[in-house]
Write a protein that binds this ligand. Structure first.
Ligand SMILES: *Cc1c(COP(=O)(O)O)cnc(C)c1O
Length: 393
């Protein structure tokens, strides 16, 4: 193995050469069923014809010009995103962390415009917002932060899914300008908050004049069975971040804003060389079109229910399984003990899954999977969990 790549990842012993739909092939030609989608990125699966065609056409036409000039495909994508999310304006960047950096800068500038000297943002325990410094400061994971101090100040951490903690923070601190939260925590363990929690955040933001900023980098773009996970709860944020599934593998992120928040970042206040360039915008436009044309959000919702039902039946008598949860095709099985080794066992079985928060098996299959593929994922995961739990006894 060459070692010129910095060793920042614990990589599994496989290298993929090509893919199609929900399947990947390694360098020897062996096939693997993908129940992770590159961590919620390839929602349309691999080599989706619409995305491939859009990229081919755009590669022959124009890759990049700079945001010094008008970019028609970026305008078109912004319009498509705003129509689907009830937002008014979009800043394009290249990743989830960058989208959150834009949101954090927007919140701070919004505070500064109102004369708040040291604007503060409420963030959640177990949150994940990315690896750049401000996004890392907002992230609720001490291990990810370790050694990278001093981190930017101005974040107040509260427990997730706890509205009384928001009220306590409001009473205890001056200068709060925003709440930043995931509508379902992804890396933190696919934590689905109680019904009414997001609505409660919305109400508190309205009461105090704060911005509600939702990080839908993982939950957005149809993953949970709606364009946005927050739409299930009929909650509209003031600021919204997207990335992962937006380009189906082409790097693109977006920070969207609504109402007064949509006007905060003006000329010269923020920027990105690559953000929303013609190539990335063409891929994202193809993603939006495919999700609509193939009604993939309805599929995600139905398949998610089908898989949860299968897990509940297949694992009903397994006491080590403490919870089965999720929404659409963002699914989790939580065990009562750490199960990171399951990822390697699944790989040996030619199935790609993930374990997060040590004991939570996370599944993020492509939204294009067939019923048979979904059942196959379900049966394989059930067998893997049973085998793993038995061996641990
Ligand atoms: C993955 C993720 C990010 C970070 O995205 P990058 O593209 O890796 O920077 C931010 N927020 C959430 C909720 C994520 O799942």
């Amino acid at each position: 193995m060459p070692h010129n790549v910095m060793q920042t990842y614990g990589r599994l012993p496989v290298r993929f050469a090509n893919g199609s739909g929900a399947w990947l092939r390694d360098e020897s030609g062996a096939a693997y069923l993908d129940a992770l989608s590159g961590i919620a990125v390839c929602g349309l699966g691999h080599a989706h014809p619409r995305v491939t065609a859009a990229l081919q056409k755009q590669a022959e036409t124009l890759l990049h010009t700079s945001n010094l000039y008008g970019v028609p495909l970026q305008d078109q994508l912004a319009e498509g995103l705003c129509a689907r999310t009830a937002m008014d304006s979009v800043f394009f960047c290249n990743s989830g962390a960058e989208a959150n950096e834009a949101a954090i800068k927007l919140a701070r500038l919004h505070g500064a415009n109102q004369g708040v000297a040291e604007p503060k943002i409420l963030v959640m325990e177990h949150a994940f917002h990315g690896r750049t410094l401000a996004a890392l400061a907002a992230t609720g994971n001490a291990r990810a932060q370790e050694g990278f101090g001093p981190l930017p100040a101005g974040f107040i951490r509260v427990p997730y899914n706890d509205l009384t903690a928001i009220d306590a923070a409001a009473a205890a601190h001056d200068g709060i300008v925003a709440i930043l939260a995931e509508p379902i925590q992804g890396e933190g363990g696919v934590r689905v908050p109680d019904a009414g929690y997001l609505q409660g955040l919305r109400e508190r933001c309205d009461t105090h004049g704060w911005l509600l900023m939702l990080d839908e980098v993982q939950t957005g773009i149809g993953r949970t069975g709606a364009w946005l996970a927050s739409q299930h709860e009929n909650v509209t944020p003031d600021v919204l971040t997207l990335a992962k599934g937006l380009g189906n593998g082409v790097p693109i992120g977006a920070c969207l804003a609504r109402g007064a928040a949509a006007e905060v970042l003006g000329p010269g206040s923020h920027g990105s060389t690559f953000g929303g360039n013609p190539l990335a915008a063409s891929a994202a436009l193809a993603v939006l079109e495919a999700l609509d044309a193939d009604q993939l959000m309805a599929r995600a919702e139905a398949l998610g229910e089908r898989l949860q039902r299968r897990f509940r039946e297949g694992l009903a008598d397994e006491p080590a399984v403490v919870d089965i949860r999720g929404r659409g095709l963002m699914l989790a099985i939580e065990l009562d003990h750490p199960c990171g080794d399951l990822v390697k066992r699944a790989l040996d079985d030619h199935l790609l899954i993930n374990v997060t928060a040590q004991s939570v098996i996370r599944l993020l299959p492509p939204l294009i999977i067939s019923d048979d593929e979904a059942d196959r994922i379900g049966d394989q995961v059930i067998a893997l969990v049973r085998g793993f739990v038995n061996d641990a006894r």
